[in-house]
Design a protein around this ligand. Structure first.
Ligand code: CDP
Length: 246
């Protein structure tokens, strides 16, 4: 959010990448890409590329981190050093620790952790290429990886941001919009519309937030459809049509 004056929406209402205000970037999902993980997902969203591995429920190390009544959910978000324009410093940063925390919390309401006391469910995120919206991309991918691992969940979590660009409320900011826009507001929600992550960078009026939420609900619904289609393709066994005697 530099506030620098760069024209991000043209006179036809189109953004630099050709999208309308209410459009998400194209999303591509592959499921089960890591053979050593219990569940995994590779997701591309615009120019973002993220890889997620899910492990567990499994034994907890160190033991003192165990909980007698529930599984411990651990979420680790990491940016590869080659994922950004300037080389990202390897290892945890304040930003990655914060993203890991809020993303874990985004899943806590849906993961049925109480079914697996004394275990851990680990979600490891590697951002391979970043172009704004990596936390939302990673949450969408983690949802798929958790389902791929067979972790019982009350439903999928979907995530998308809205923001303010050239004075307009738009869905799913890309890097230029994130850099030069006025606000960025990432949201995650359950498939019943319960909000599980909500953050804000920049300034927005209550009316702008209301408008943004309408856009985000639409975006999350589209993402949920993509997630469900991918899972259905992998797990739905085709029903064999009974042969009809003629
Ligand atoms: O990625 P997300 O929008 O969830 O988080 P952000 O902190 O708002 O970062 C926005 C974007 O800035 C990232 O997606 C990266 O493209 C870029 N960034 C970077 O180049 N170097 C960093 N150390 C952190 C972020």
């Amino acid at each position: 959010m530099s506030g620098k004056s760069v024209k991000l929406i043209n006179d036809d209402g189109l953004r630099l990448d050709g999208r309308h205000a209410d459009e998400i970037r194209p999303m591509k999902i592959e499921i089960g890409v890591l053979s050593r993980a219990d569940g995994s997902c590779y997701l591309e969203w615009g120019r973002n590329k993220v890889l997620v591995g899910v492990f567990g429920p499994r034994e907890v190390h160190p033991r003192r981190s165990q909980r007698a009544d529930t599984a411990v959910i651990r979420y680790k978000y990491n940016m590869a050093s080659f994922s950004t324009e300037d080389r990202a410093r390897p290892g945890p940063s304040r930003r990655s620790i914060e993203i890991s925390k809020v993303s874990r919390e985004a899943f806590e309401p849906v993961i049925m952790a109480e079914l697996f006391p004394k275990t851990a469910i680990d979600i490891f995120v590697e951002v391979l290429q970043a172009d704004a919206g990596t936390r939302t991309a990673a949450i969408n991918a983690s949802s798929i990886a958790l389902a791929d691992a067979g972790i019982p969940m009350k439903g999928l979590v979907t995530s998308c941001a809205f923001g303010k660009v050239d004075g307009q409320i738009v869905l799913d900011l890309n890097k230029e919009e994130d850099n030069y826009g006025e606000a960025d507001f990432p949201v995650a929600m359950t498939q019943d519309g319960e909000i599980t992550l909500l953050q804000m960078d920049g300034n927005l009026t209550p009316d702008e937030i209301r408008k943004g939420f309408e856009l985000v609900k639409k975006g999350c619904k589209e993402i949920l459809e993509i997630q469900q289609a991918v899972l259905r393709k992998k797990f739905e066994t085709p029903v064999e049509e009974p042969e009809v005697e003629t």
